[in-house]
Design a protein around this ligand. Structure first.
Ligand code: IVH
Length: 747
């Protein structure tokens, strides 16, 4: 990129970022997801790094937080309210620890530091205090003489907005601090000399409590229900609910919103009264300056416990972790119970527990070195559409795919995203060269969710729909009522190859061990015209191909031989019948098993052919779980001569079928999960999707792809999709991975 191009892009990015920041911080409206905004900021940051001469003081990279709102009194923070560095993987956290180690090692004062600091540099793992990262609004609350004096938002980090009246309506914020006893302080590990000092600080001095104000999910749902009935605008999310409540002038609105507050930091500020108290107890001003950084309070655990006995709510889930291994285990545990928590969180904050590290490590740029936000994967990011490619599927459907400038989303680098179909391109108003927001939920293929039109440079290009197949140049049509373009050429190389690779794929016949390259080679060399040919191959056929050694040929024939008996559900799916996915294929296998109870293992394909070919269209239409489009497609398939001949050929090639446990269980109408239907969304941590589905089916449960009122359970993993929202809306029972495992093992 030239400097001129960078300048133009930087200008556009600044305007766009400022617009969304203003909407968010000042108007309390979320016009873009935080993850997508971070992505734009990241691009700006990278460009400014590359072209430092283009950094201006008004760049959004040069500040933190938002501007204080004019309508509020301003409140200057005793110490800046900074922000946090983000980590998205275990690797990021390991790097952070290493960086801190190197930083301390480079300090000249290291030999004079406390022994734990030197041991840390020497490779020892420190103790961490891990806290939930609450997704709300940061608030600083000042207490003077034991009474709540002032509460402020973060604002721009230095100056916040005075929201005292609103914060006073939060039930979990004490208006006066609890009078604590010497015994209580002793039990928190405070030494004799410090106890009286602390009691005086609480009674007469200044203390500040920083924390997060949150709205519980329950309150959020109830409020939105109420607003909907009243025809009022609904809250976008819990965070917006908090911000909109505290950053407005009517305390009645705050009170109605039933907010909650949790403390995550306790500050002993360097004020006149505190100096006086310190002197009275023969403590030095230097000790006051780092009182809450190791000189008085020794650990984050202790400071947390102190806030708690003074009357604040603290998080019970927070935990001391001895080293990163425990931190990672804690993170995974939290990720699993995230959905069940009463409030929204977006990760875990990992903090050095020993507060002396806070003092020594200090702050760099906009954030401290002594803590790190370990965030759940962001599911959105922004990037550029470099081209649109039309991919040909096994049924001839052309699917538009966006070729993207690679970008990391939820820990994975994405360079392609699906655009679904032409209607979607039109709906998005997409052009080549556009900056877009992409989204990745669970195991689902990433998709383009919107176009940031303000970032256009004028050089974007129109996307044309395909008039001919990009591979065979055959006729392409869009059938009535369909959204997809299809290549109609039955001999299209790409379509036939896709059919074969689908046949061998993991969830179909499981012959994927052969590899796509070999399938392609067999096909292009004419050794395999259809899938049945695979079972007619001999070692000598393979040896006639270039680059085929004897061992490789033997292995391939062996693999094929091992797959001559195929379970019926997989075989039907492998046939690649239009609209027939794994679930419909399983339903057909069950139907067959029910109708032919005498058949279990190694039956002939001809039995299957005859059975399905005998079904009338009405019979297909009457089948439960099979929609009208699918039944029409199935009827056509089993009445097409070409297909029936192919089935005979499979049979002659020595392929036979059997029934998997799930079809047998379903056919026998038994199993402990009989009658229960499951929908899965998001990625599971311990089981793959397929394993989870197989286990459910083997116990007689049914898998569905869509959530309805009839769904028994929705299993929710990490980064779930819309199905999770739908389940909540319909009140369907939700299970996390642990609960699913319990259900599967307990029945
Ligand atoms: S410690 C340097 N602990 O996350 C700021 N922050 O992304 C000290 N947050 O502005 C923050 N839960 O509002 C800390 N347990 C927690 C937190 C937490 C949520 C927020 C906080 C901060 C933001 C930074």
């Amino acid at each position: 990129m030239t400097s001129e191009q960078a300048k133009n892009r930087i200008e556009k990015l600044k305007v766009e970022i400022n617009l969304h920041r203003y909407n968010y911080h000042v108007l309390d409206q979320e016009s873009i997801s935080p993850a997508a905004l971070d992505s734009l900021k990241n691009e700006l940051y990278q460009l400014e790094n590359e072209f430092p001469e283009l950094i201006t003081p008004d760049s959004p990279t040069q500040r933190i937080g938002g501007e204080p709102l004019e309508k509020f009194q301003k409140s200057i923070h005793s110490r800046p309210m900074i922000s946090l560095f983000d980590a998205f993987s275990e690797g990021d956290i390991i790097d952070w620890e290493e960086k801190d180690r190197r930083f301390l090692a480079s300090q000249e004062i290291l030999p004079t530091l406390f022994p734990e600091a030197r041991q840390f540099v020497g490779g020892q793992e420190p103790e961490y205090f891990c806290e939930l990262k609450l997704d709300g609004l940061a608030i600083n609350i000042n207490f003077h003489g034991g009474l709540l004096e002032k509460a402020a938002t973060r604002g721009d980090g230095k100056v916040g907005e005075d929201v005292t009246t609103n914060v006073r309506t939060i039930a979990s914020v004490p208006l006066s601090l609890r009078l604590i006893s010497q015994e209580e302080l002793k039990s928190l590990g405070f030494s004799e000399q410090i106890i009286d000092l602390i009691i005086s600080l609480v009674r007469e001095g200044d203390l500040e409590f920083r924390g997060e104000s949150v709205m519980t999910k329950k309150v959020f749902t109830a409020l939105n229900e109420k607003y909907r009935k009243l025809g009022k605008a609904e809250l976008a999310n819990t965070r917006n609910g908090v911000a909109g409540s505290l950053r407005q002038l009517d305390p009645k609105i705050s009170a109605e919103r039933l907010l909650d507050f949790f403390v995550y930091d306790l500050i002993i500020p360097n004020t006149e009264i505190n100096q006086e108290i310190f002197e009275r107890f023969n403590f030095s001003i230097a000790q006051l300056k780092s009182a809450d950084r190791g000189a008085l309070l020794s650990t984050r655990f202790q400071s947390n416990a102190l806030a708690s006995i003074l009357g604040f709510k603290t998080l019970e889930a927070n935990r001391i972790c001895a080293g990163l291994k425990e931190v990672f285990a804690f993170f995974k545990e939290v990720a699993l119970k995230r959905e069940k928590l009463p409030f929204d969180i977006d990760g875990v904050v990992v903090k050095f527990n020993d507060l002396r590290f806070w003092e020594t490590l200090g702050i760099v740029g906009k954030a401290p070195r002594y803590m790190m936000a370990y965030k759940f994967p962001a599911i959105q990011a922004t990037t550029i559409v470099e081209d649109v490619l039309w991919q040909i599927g096994r049924t001839g459907v052309l699917t538009p795919t966006a070729a993207l400038t690679p970008v990391a989303v939820a820990g994975v680098t994405i360079s392609r995203a699906t655009l679904h179909n032409w209607d979607e391109i039109e709906r998005l108003g997409l052009m080549i060269g556009d900056t877009v927001i992409i989204e990745r939920a669970g195991d689902v293929i990433p998709k383009v969710s919107s176009v940031l039109v303000n970032l256009r440079s004028g050089l974007e290009k129109k996307i044309n729909y395909p008039r001919v197949c990009p591979r065979c140049e055959g006729l392409v049509t869009k059938e009535d009522g369909e959204v997809a373009f299809r290549c109609l050429n039955p001999k299209c190389y790409a379509v036939n190859l896709r059919r074969l690779t689908h046949f061998v794929s993991k969830n179909a016949t499981g012959l994927d061990g052969l590899g796509v390259k070999i399938v392609e080679q067999l096909f292009s060399e004419g050794l395999m015209k259809d899938a049945a040919d695979l079972f007619l191959l001999h070692e000598s056929d393979l040896l006639s191909l270039p680059r085929f050694a004897e061992k490789k040929a033997k292995n391939i024939i062996k693999t094929i031989d091992e797959h001559r008996v195929i379970s019926l559900n997989r075989f039907i799916f492998a046939l690649g019948i239009r609209h027939v996915g794994e679930e419909s294929a399983s339903a057909l296998a069950t139907l067959f098993a029910k109708s032919k109870p005498e058949l279990k293992a190694n039956f002939s394909l001809l039995e299957v052919k005859d059975f399905f070919a005998s079904l009338k269209i009405e019979e297909w239409q009457d089948l439960e779980d099979i929609g009208p489009k699918v039944s029409e497609s199935l009827f056509e398939f089993w009445h097409n001569d070409h297909n029936l001949k192919l089935l005979e050929k499979f049979s002659q090639s020595g392929v036979s079928l059997n029934l998997d446990q799930a079809s047998l269980t379903a056919a026998a109408d038994s199993g402990p999960l009989k009658g229960q239907s499951f929908v899965l969304t998001g990625s599971l941590l311990r089981l793959t999707r397929e394993e989870a589905k197989d286990k459910i089916k083997a116990l007689g449960g049914q898998i569905s792809s869509a959530v309805s009122r009839k769904t028994s359970f929705v299993v929710v993993g990490e980064a779930p999709g819309d199905k999770y929202e739908k389940a909540k809306e319909l009140g369907v029972k939700i299970l996390n991975e642990t609960e699913l495992e319990q259900l599967l093992s307990g029945v």
